[in-house]
Design a binder for this molecule. Structure first.
Ligand code: F6P
Length: 356
């Protein structure tokens, strides 16, 4: 067989582990040829040849962040982006290119948007296999996605570091972490880093509750606090804070959750407060051991699905085992933090304020 790999959406630590795992399995176990599509699917529209991927060309990429193939979250060939290029049938052009290159199947590595694109190609007759990816860990079809563990590790270290400034200056330090619709990064990093307040998109927060926690600590002789806030968290009765609105081919960008909270703390109390926005630091750099291992296992299983002719499916992690689900069952199914689940209960029991 000749297979191609595409990485789409935001970059994520562990993407290269998937590529390496898939290439090594396909070549060593099955003797297939593997090609990389550059920049999401954009490489299919360019004259340059697809990039041959061999065990030699993927050597040394395991510790590297990002994706050696490049990626884009603006390249939906079924979306407005194709309209921008006129009335051309962009997906049809891409399929024709794959046929011309003799590609039998494509492995789509990406988040919900990418898996939806994979399903649309499947409906047009392409043989596809999905590999889920997001640092947000908010896909319901898999217990974990690679990238999440690395992001939480980076955010946890930031919480550790903010403690020292908070304590030295008697300040309220507010850390904003990623998490568009789900607060998994904030929850895991906040608990692991010993934050005093954690605010999630799933629990619209009461400013009074946040303040009560900070004041309770002050009464106990602790005049500092560390708050972790998801970029998608917002006060009850209000809306999330956006930096920009959706463009023709871009998502709305969240931003300002920490700044909003700091402004209010300083306006309504005598506490000194500072905001830190971790941003893309969370997505950059070398993947953790967990993400390298999960990426490698996903890459291997994606090739096994292709070898078994089980197309239209996405690999997933259930407990400790890799399984697979129909792409139709994976699309648009978000996994959010349960405000009354075990992790939130543990957080509350040890005195963390979740904003309610
Ligand atoms: O979905 C992953 C994610 O990192 C979100 O947590 C964040 O809101 C978004 O991507 C940022 O996207 P971009 O890199 O386009 O700014």
């Amino acid at each position: 067989m000749r297979i191609a790999i595409s990485t789409g959406g935001g970059d994520c630590p562990g993407l290269n582990a998937v590529i390496r795992g898939a290439v090594r399995t396909a070549v060593a176990k099955y003797g297939w040829s593997v090609f990389g599509i550059e920049d999401g699917l954009q490489g299919l529209l360019r004259p340059e040849p697809l990039r041959p991927l061999t065990p030699a060309s993927v050597r040394g990429i395991l510790p590297r962040g990002g994706t050696i193939l490049g990626t884009t979250n603006r390249g939906n060939p079924f979306g407005v982006a194709s309209g921008e290029l006129g009335q051309e049938d962009i997906p049809g052009k891409m399929i024709a290119r794959l046929e011309a290159e003799g590609i039998d199947a494509v492995i789509f590595v990406g988040g919900d948007g990418t898996q939806t694109i994979a399903q649309r190609f499947r409906e047009r007759g392409l043989k596809v296999v999905g590999v889920p990816k997001t640092i947000d860990n908010d896909l319901d079809a898999t217990d974990y996605t690679f990238g999440f563990d690395t992001a939480v590790g980076i955010a946890m270290e930031a919480v550790d570091r903010l403690h020292t400034t908070a304590e030295s200056h008697d300040r309220v330090m507010v850390l904003e972490v990623m998490g568009r619709h789900a607060g998994w990064i904030a929850l895991h990093a906040g608990i692991s880093g010993g934050a005093h307040v954690i605010l999630l998109p799933e629990i619209p927060y009461s400013f009074d509750a946040v303040l009560a926690k900070i004041r309770e600590r002050q009464r106990n002789g602790l005049s500092f606090s560390v708050v972790v806030v998801s970029e998608g968290a917002y006060p009850a009765g209000e809306a999330p804070s956006f930096r920009s609105h959706p463009g023709k081919s871009t998502n709305a960008r969240l931003g300002g959750a920490a700044e909003q909270l700091v402004e209010r703390i300083e306006r309504e109390t005598d506490f000194e407060a500072r905001a830190t926005v971790l941003g893309h630091i969370q997505r950059g750099g070398s993947p953790s051991h967990f993400d390298r291992l999960l990426g490698t296992r996903f890459g291997y299983h994606a090739v096994e699905l292709a070898a078994a002719q089980k197309f239209g499916r996405m690999v997933c992690l259930r407990g400790t085992e890799i399984g697979d689900v129909d792409l139709l069952d994976a699309m648009g199914q978000n996994k959010q933090v349960d405000p009354h689940g075990q992790i939130c209960s543990a957080a509350r029991a040890i005195g963390i304020c979740l904003g309610d």
